[in-house]
Each structure stands twice: as C-alpha cells, then as structure tokens.
Design a protein around this ligand. Structure first.
Ligand SMILES: *Cc1c(COP(=O)(O)O)cnc(C)c1O
Length: 352
C-alpha cells in the first residue's frame, strides 16, 4: 500500500533498515543522560540546521507532538494576548487549546480563498504572541514566508509563532522571519509518529527566560536549560531522534527538496485543471499549499474513488472534518516517489 495520507504519511523506505541498525547498536535502550545520547542529539540538531537552513543561533527542542507545542507556547510565552490568524481546522484547534489555558486568546479567522493582508494584523498589545498556521493541512492552503515576515516586521515587540507541521522539511521556510516554528515528524519528515521539533529564535528564548513561566516539565525555561547540555527534561523518543539523524544524513538541502515538491505540485494542478470530475478544493491558486492537495469531486462519488484506490494499493487521505463528504486529500511529501505519484495520477486520470 502506498500512503498518500497527509499524516501519518509514507515513511522513507530506509526506515526498517535504520530500525534494525538501532536495535543492533543498542539505541533503543540508550540512556538519555549518556555521552552517546548527547553526541546523537548534537549531531541531529547540527544536521537539522544544515539541511533545513535554520540559523545557527536558533535553539531546537525535541517535543512529543505539534499539539504539545501549542500548549508549550501558551504556557511559556502567552501572558496577555495571543492572536490566532487561521482559516482551517488546525489553526482553530490551536486557538481552542490556547483558550483553555489562557484567557487572552483571540480568534482572527479568515476565508480560505483569501490571501491575508499583513496590514490588517498590526496589534497594540506589545506582549502578544501572534499564532499563524503556515500550512493548513485540513484545507490545503498556505501563508507565504513573505507574509509571515511582514507580520513580524509590523509587530516587532510581539512573538510570532508558526505551525509548520505539514510543510517543515518539505519547503523552504524563512526561519529568521519568525520566533517560534514547530512540526511533528510524521508528515514531511517521512518518519513514524511520536515526536515533534520546536525551533526558537534567540529572542524567543530570551523572552521565555524573562517571563520565567516554569511550572511544567516542558516549560521552555527548563527545556532550554536542559538543551544547553543537548538533553531534554524527560526521556525523549531516542529511536525517532536516531531515525531523524539517519534520514537527515541522506537528505538533500531544503532548496532542492523545495524545487521537487513545487514541480510535483504543478503536475498535480495540471491534472486537476484538466480533469472532468475532480478539482482542487481551493479555487485561488495564490493560496495553495505545495505539500497538501485537497481534491473535490464534482459528482460526489468520493467513497467509491477511495475504495477503488485502496484496491489498487493507493491510500488516499480522508477529507478533513466536514469536508469528508466530498473531498479527499493527497500528500505531496518528500518521501513519496515520483513513480508512485505517476501511478496515482494514471489511476485518477482513468476515472470517468
Ligand atoms: C498534523 C497537524 C497537527 C497535529 O500534529 P500532532 O503531531 O498530531 O500533534 C497540528 N498542526 C498541523 C498544521 C498539522 O498538520
């Protein structure tokens, strides 16, 4: 079965071999305070910075999930207001999770066909955290690096936090343009679920230390003190850190990966533009995600397509939430091979 699900998604072919190596080398019972772990952690973080083009002075943390990152941000950085700029289910969930923990969470939803105007998001509250979902996995839209940068420039005193769960390691992200970025590894990283990464600017770390909100095992103040020794407050997913390290060793620089992903995205658009019964859910191409394609069926036979695809060995992503009835989603993640995309495209082209 070839998975086109946008998370958990197709893992790299080499993963089973790396898991076998991990077993042989004792990685699975490695102590997380040992010299060996420190070396592994340091190497993985160094590779992440190299391959994803993350500034050297940024700090990278290992966490459990993107969902946990939403809570870490609320607990460690939100003191007064958090502004949630979103157009879909994941951005809305981030808002809801923050609201449960903090009274000052404000929802600023926008239409999924609309490109946001940075001028509309200039805030008075200087102590705020501005939360942006860069790639909205539920509806296949994205917010560009340029817009994120503008919002930060317009609000220099605020922290800008970016959910890049379904785009980090798939496209070029301008890490300098914001303070906090996070993603879990079961999407563009092509790894099994159970870990996430949080990437923080020196400014974000400084703010966290200043606020000194240190009530939780994954408070940034505590995480940062541990990461100065390449460690985590808790026992991390050592196996997944090892797998990430092995995958990164072999991965191309993000600029090259980005090019391939955008090319593949264009091929999908060519197919959908020509198709008689299938179309992209979002009509405004200027807001399309490169890594997640939501496909709408014009005649409503979405279940039949999914069943037939499964019989052929292609797992399509369900439409998200209320979009389930008339859409399916296709992941355009780096671990999916060109030959596999071709197979699915032939299958979809044959639908009549
Ligand atoms: C998948 C996803 C999440 C949730 O990730 P978990 O690892 O399950 O916590 C959050 N945000 C976005 C944009 C996602 O695509």
């Amino acid at each position: 079965m070839i998975s086109f699900y946008p998370g958990p998604s197709r893992i790299y072919d080499e993963i089973p071999k790396y898991v076998a190596d991990a077993a042989r080398l004792g990685i699975m019972s490695m102590n997380h305070r040992s010299e060996e772990f420190i070396a592994l952690s340091k190497k993985t973080i160094t590779l992440l910075k190299q391959k994803l083009n993350i500034p050297k002075d940024y700090t990278i943390f290992f966490t459990s999930s993107a969902t946990e990152c939403w809570e870490i941000i609320a607990q460690s950085w939100v003191t007064a207001t958090s502004y949630h700029i979103y157009n879909g289910a994941f951005g809305e969930k981030w808002y809801t999770y923050t609201q449960r923990l903090r009274d000052g969470a404000q929802a600023l939803p926008f239409n999924h066909e609309k490109k946001i105007k940075p001028e509309a998001f200039v805030f008075n509250s200087k102590q705020s955290v501005i939360c942006i979902t860069q790639n909205e996995t539920s509806n296949g839209t994205q917010v560009s690096n340029a817009i994120i940068k503008k919002i930060k420039t317009n609000n220099p005193e605020s922290l800008v936090a970016v959910d890049a769960t379904s785009s980090m390691a798939g496209i070029v992200l301008d890490f300098k343009a914001a303070d906090i970025w996070f993603a879990s590894v079961q999407k563009c990283f092509g790894l099994p679920a159970g870990m996430a990464l949080m990437v923080c600017s020196p400014n974000a770390i400084q703010k966290a230390n200043l606020l000194n909100q240190n009530l939780h095992y994954n408070s940034v103040v505590f995480m940062n003190a541990m990461m100065e020794k390449w460690q985590t407050p808790y026992t991390p997913n050592v196996l997944n850190i090892y797998l990430l390290m092995r995958v990164l060793e072999k991965s191309k620089p993000i600029r090259e990966v980005h090019k391939r992903i955008v090319n593949q995205y264009k091929k999908w658009i060519t197919l959908l533009d020509k198709h008689k019964y299938l179309q992209h859910l979002i009509k405004n191409k200027a807001v399309h995600s490169y890594t997640v394609l939501p496909v709408e069926t014009i005649f409503g036979e979405v279940n039949l397509i999914k069943i037939k695809a499964k019989q052929k060995g292609y797992l399509l992503g369900e439409g998200y939430g209320t979009l389930k009835a008339n859409t399916f989603r296709i992941a355009n993640f780096p671990a999916i091979k060109a030959t596999e995309i071709k197979l699915l495209q032939n299958f979809l082209n044959a639908i009549r």
